[in-house]
Design a protein around this ligand. Sequence first.
Ligand SMILES: *Cc1c(COP(=O)(O)O)cnc(C)c1O
Length: 373
Amino acid sequence: MVDLKSQYEKIKDTVNTSIQEVLDTNTYINGPQVHAFQKALEEYLDVKHVIPCANGTDALQIAMMGLGLEPGDEVITADFTFAATVEVIALLQLTPVLVDVDLYNMNISIDAIKKAITPKTKAIVPVHLFGRAANMEAIMAVANEYNLYVIEDNAQAIGANCKFSDGTKKKAGTIGHVGSTSFFPSKNLGCYGDGGAIFTNDDALAHQLRGIVNHGMYERYHHDVVGVNSRLDSIQAAVLNAKLPFLDQYGHARQEAARKYSAAFAGHKNIVAPTICGNCDCHVFHQYTLRIVDADRNGLMQHLLDKGIPCAIYYPIPLHSQKAYLDDRYKEEDFPVTNQLVKEVLSLPMHTELDDDQIKFITDSVLEFLASS
Ligand SMILES: *Cc1c(COP(=O)(O)O)cnc(C)c1O
């Protein structure tokens, strides 16, 4: 699904030099590379505070801890996402409230959010799924109306822009009260191990978060709040420093590959390809995900795998049907879109190194199966 090896070959010298500096200075934890990356990412995202941490799941958890959410508080999030999002809500003994998504962008449905709000609702967690920015303008309007926090799970969409009706753009992850991301190797900005970060424009919250990532310490050996140990190590920061300057270029390479895929599938009766807009960067294609309609999606997947083409179903089971998150309040009829998506979606290889021959082989193989079935 990804080709990290070819990508590394092209930036090998920069990455190696950057890592070597850490080895030469022996500052493995909290080295100057971590601080440099924090500053560079603040500038790239145009956000006041970046707090690096150990991974994207921690980032979400720490964001929720920083907001002071308490057991029993209801937190609304999407039914169609990776489990990390709902996992940390449950882990903090908050009450997850899963809601349906929209068919056109696979992101959390604004109507479903509104229907799920109760007097106990404290926060909304939109996920910018597959690299496409959620409708933050509408989400912020609902949040402001009901006085709710917004925590953006931006693990899949770093670099994507959210567009507003007044023509302005802001980076996904920097619009809500707090945002989180992951630098897992296959994410759009991936390091060579685990990594994550939290973003906010709120000075007081940033201070709170910096303590929580470090055992609740604001002054050495004074533990003011219950914290965690969640650090981005210097070697991962060194990799990220080498890669951040390429993030926009990488995003455009993904968009270019998506454009070629979609051109090959245009008008096909069994394929709904993701819509691609001009050059607003509202979708950075962490995944290129098709909907296969009125055709054998699983058969197609097997056909591609047999031909050596990696492909995957993100995600095969709605979160509301997962054992760990079953809840009597959920009714199947509340999740028509997620229930449909899990049967139709298929993600094709998507990364920065796809060439025309690979794309043609993949699209030909998809079309060949659908023509013969
Ligand atoms: C990857 C991912 C996470 C978790 O990130 P890790 O760094 O693997 O902990 C959280 N949310 C979403 C939507 C993700 O895709």
